[in-house]
Design a protein around this ligand. Structure first.
Ligand SMILES: Cc1ncc(COP(=O)(O)O)c(C=O)c1O
Length: 324
């Protein structure tokens, strides 16, 4: 094997050769490191000595853009700020400057529907665990195309199993850090088991969350329940859906909306169970560890919540137009 020392122009040529299909969905990237936008996926890179790369030292958000507007933008940015603050990372720019970067990078793609992947890193500076070696935090934003979930999943529901991965400690679970190995292993086990999701169980036997989504249910008394925010990420979609669910109280579809410690028994006895998150909206769960949940198809509350959420995404007030 020949191991040559490459010139910058040889590297540039190699980057062009190294294309792969996932890159087709990378529409544009903004980086504070370069202070601008690139549209060529082969140039969407971060410095290897950024502690984001070698220690997972950073925080992130995934934000959905629908018909040119970013849904729950403020909520995502506030969570980003709070995650960063908990790790002692100072954002490299203000939230209003980040919004400006988001709008300009999205406009550069021309995409009306997309997922914004926003990373705040500790920053470049050596290869130790010492965060004080980093020279300055960086922002990397990648606008990717959005592949919606098949409508069939909303009708027939998804299959969920119990995760063997130990849930994160409460402090860790409430921060959206780039240290996502437990989440990665949860996704891996669901793919390996050929089911849609696995969910965590905390040491007290209560449900936590999926790899990148929250779980909620409607119990037999029509109470809409979500886990307490002790050992899970405070999902922006779950919180907004619970606000919108107020309308279902008036319709008599729900008798109350609460947070509660939820056991596996509660899950198995539920009328309806749903997975909720930015890329999913509200997906009904129709099977847990091989046992049918509720009617085994999308329930009334799932259907209404999905509709309310999709109307909310379309009409606001939580959608921020980017093409202005
Ligand atoms: C661990 C985890 N839980 C829940 C969620 C759902 O949060 P949101 O609705 O803000 O996307 C996410 C989102 O990526 C997540 O990573």
């Amino acid at each position: 094997m020949s191991v040559s020392i490459l010139s910058p122009s040889e590297i540039q040529a190699k980057l062009q050769e190294r294309s792969y299909s996932a890159q087709k969905s990378y529409l544009a990237m903004y980086s504070t490191w370069w202070g601008g936008i690139v549209k060529d996926p082969s140039l969407m890179m971060v410095p290897i000595d950024d502690h984001l790369v070698h220690r997972g030292d950073g925080v992130f958000e995934a934000i959905k853009v629908v018909d040119g507007s970013a849904f729950l933008l403020q909520e995502h940015l506030e969570r980003l700020q709070s995650s960063a603050a908990q790790l002692g990372i100072v954002l490299p720019m203000s939230l209003s400057e980040i919004k400006d970067v988001i709008a300009k990078t999205t406009i550069a793609t021309g995409a009306r529907n997309a997922i914004l992947r926003l990373y705040i890193s500790r920053g470049p500076g050596g290869f130790t665990t010492n965060p004080y070696d980093s020279i300055a935090s960086q922002l990397y934003l990648v606008v990717t195309s959005y592949a919606p979930i098949a409508e069939e999943k909303y009708q027939n529901g998804v299959r969920v199993g119990r995760s063997k991965v130990a849930p994160k400690e409460p402090w860790f679970a409430t921060i959206k850090s780039c240290n996502y190995l437990p989440n990665v292993m949860m996704k891996k086990e669901s793919v390996d088991r050929k089911i849609d999701f696995t969910i965590g169980i905390d040491p007290q036997g209560f449900l936590t969350e999926g790899s990148t989504e929250n779980i909620v249910l409607v119990d037999k008394n029509k109470n809409l329940l979500r886990p307490k925010l002790r050992q899970i990420l405070k999902g922006t979609t779950m919180m907004r859906s619970f606000e919108l669910a107020g309308a279902l109280l008036d319709e008599g579809l729900l008798s109350s909306i609460q947070e509660k410690d939820i056991s596996e028994k509660d899950l198995l006895e539920a009328r309806e169970v749903m997975m909720i998150g930015t890329t999913l909206d509200v997906l009904p769960v129709t099977e847990y560890e091989g046992t049918k949940i509720g009617e085994g198809k999308q329930g009334e509350v799932s259907a209404r919540l999905l509709k309310l959420l999709r109307e909310d995404i379309k009409k606001g007030p939580k959608s921020t137009p980017l093409y202005v």
